[in-house]
Design a protein around this ligand. Structure first.
Ligand SMILES: [Zn+2]
Length: 128
């Protein structure tokens, strides 16, 4: 996927770990997400207690749970992306119907890397 920004810059989304992309979770959905994660953890604990007979079984159950969390729960609640153009700083934000809305920075003082990791330069694969 790509976005052609009005400034001429092209925003690409064809890999993971993109420094100019974020996925956001509406505040109204955050407790629902936490409830789903808690539900998965409780299921995992029960599955380990009643079906796992060795460490390999436990590892498989944990991996299955992590896949389910990632693919079905986190991806569901966090599937709305935000992109920031590295050229001009415009933000491209999807609403809950996945229609993209564009926001232009007020002036040049607005950083063009707003969506970087909270770890900043310490992030493990910092591309900058
Ligand atoms: Zn731009």
């Amino acid at each position: 996927m790509k976005i052609d920004c009005e400034c001429g810059y092209v925003i690409y989304d064809s890999s993971d770990c993109i420094s100019y992309k974020a996925s956001f979770i509406a505040d109204l959905d955050s407790f629902d997400l936490c409830d789903k994660v808690e539900e998965q953890i409780k299921k995992l604990v029960v599955n380990i207690e009643y079906t796992a007979s060795n460490k390999i079984d436990v590892d498989v159950l944990i991996e299955d749970t992590m896949i389910d969390l990632s693919e079905n729960i986190i991806d569901y609640y966090g599937r709305r992306p935000i992109y920031q153009c590295s050229g001009c700083g415009r933000l491209f934000v999807d609403d809950n119907q996945f229609h993209t809305h564009v926001f232009i920075p007020q002036d040049d003082s607005v950083p063009k890397n707003l969506l970087r990791s909270i770890e900043g330069d310490e992030w493990k694969f910092n591309p900058d």
